[in-house]
Design a protein around this ligand. Sequence first.
Ligand code: NVA
Length: 313
Amino acid sequence: MANFLADDQLTKSEIIALITLAIEIKKNPANFNQVLAGKSVAMIFEKPSLRTHVSFDMGIAKLGGHALYLGQQNGKLGERERVSDYAKNLSCYADAIVARVFENSAIEGLAQHASVPVVNALCDLYHPCQSLADFVTLAEIFAKDNIADLAKVKLAYIGDGNNVSNSLMLMAALVGVDFTLVCPEGYGPSQAMLEKTQALAQVSGAKFTFTTDINQLGQQDAIYTDTWVSMGDEDPSKKATILKVFAPYQVNHALMEKANASVVMHCQPAHLEEEITTALFDDEEKSVVFQEAENRMWAQCAVLTSLFSDYSN
Ligand code: NVA
């Protein structure tokens, strides 16, 4: 693995190896505490972050490395300096670059011009660190004894077709997980993203369903939701319409029961009483949101370990 930019740049076996490695690091972190010894990671954040910032920082420390946070004090990527110059300058000092950016083109530009590995910590199109952590979580719950059981999981995402749903559906299609995507009319993924997912699902044999009809949800093991408005898309004039259009797609106890789902997932931050009810988010039997949050760190440790060694190859 040279970079970690988008889910569909990985193969099924690479994803399974990363999931297995994340679980292994989580069990025995001390065995990995020299993986990044003497190495520094520059972390660029164009958008706010709690989990991503902290989990990378703490995870890099666990691997024996050093993390440097770069906010917007040096100007927006590509404005004060070209993306290519950002990449080339950071490559002079850092051993890897982690970046949360507005546009996927910025991640692609960093990867093209950096001489060190680049990790996508969220862009407008993908959030692969999140999807990897979520598949680690699904493996822990549904494939404890045999990772192959992951392919029996039925996962549904309900809400806005965004970076998180794109990454989840691509990863599901790659590893062979049945995936149902339910978005209101006009809020689904791009045609290109749908076609990519369908093509991958055909290869793995996974079932992929996209519908705007919440009544088509069917029986599921896990139901996932995310904010109805992603960072950078906030427009107060659209808020009232969004609340109205998305209301029937709220994930709550009634929906969980109807789908017979045992687990609810959310990447956070949650907008309580919008995409998910407070009662369900806080339901300690069904909600695995903090397990997902913790697994961000282990999943990212697996990514960094793979970039700097041949653990998962
Ligand atoms: N879709 C959300 C994910 C936040 C982790 C956003 O991009 O704001």
